[in-house]
Design a protein around this ligand. Sequence first.
Ligand SMILES: Nc1ncnc2c1ncn2[C@@H]1O[C@H](COP(=O)(O)OP(=O)(O)OP(=O)(O)O)[C@@H](O)[C@H]1O
Length: 262
Amino acid sequence: MIELKNVCKRFGDKEILKGISAIMEAGKANLIIGASGSGKTVLMKCMVGLLEVDAGEILYDGISFSSMSNAERKHIRKEIGMLFQGAALFDSMTVEQNVMFPLEMFSNLSYRERKKRVDACLARVNLQDAHKKYPAEISGGMKKRVGIARAIVLNPKYLFCDEPNSGLDPQTSMLIDKLIHEITVEYNITTVINTHDMNSVMEIGDHIVYLYEGKKQWEGSNKDIIFSKDEKLNQFIFASQFLQDAKEMRQQELLNQRSGTG
Ligand SMILES: Nc1ncnc2c1ncn2[C@@H]1O[C@H](COP(=O)(O)OP(=O)(O)OP(=O)(O)O)[C@@H](O)[C@H]1O
């Protein structure tokens, strides 16, 4: 679990994060959503220590990460996996070498053990036959899978995904979402996902934090969203008439199920 307590961040006289408190739960996909410029990336960077908070606190399983020195943060950093936008693979390395890279950097495993772990992670993301391929030879969806395999190769407790669906078609996006969600539940990972993708929100949003102009405007699950009366959230999620109609239909369906008439 990651806990944010009144997190504030400014750049010069521009206040970006205005006292955000929220919980990122273990074994759940925690989504940070909000319009462009609302502070999602800055918040994620604060959480992994790429930026320092100006005030407030970030706790990893009860331990204050924000007040630690860089040296003290090392053992928490080892437990963090990251899936970057566009997967950020090394072009000159094969798929297998990309996934093995963190093990070479941060583990004392023998080559045989490393190879076994890489094989297991690539199998978990359904990429059994791509070991010797280079990133340029595989599709965008496959690159994301390699990125996921690399992010989980060290068995992380925490997984950060920045826009995991960017550049993917809707069907591939859903497969990637499903994979991230399955892995999160399977290994009880605290997964934090920055996204603009409304499909992701509705499909895997176990826990959602909606930022509006640097403040937490709303927090809840994808099931709560259907019944939320928060105007700003509704305008953001159900922006088109089509989506508003879909929301009302789903609302009715759920109400019917509850009253036993559906
Ligand atoms: N290093 C920086 N120096 C100054 N301003 C910054 C810096 N990083 C981010 N900002 C500003 O902080 C605000 C929030 O940026 P952030 O990237 O977190 O938005 P976002 O919600 O992730 O947007 P998007 O969805 O477009 O990625 C923006 O106004 C941005 O210009």
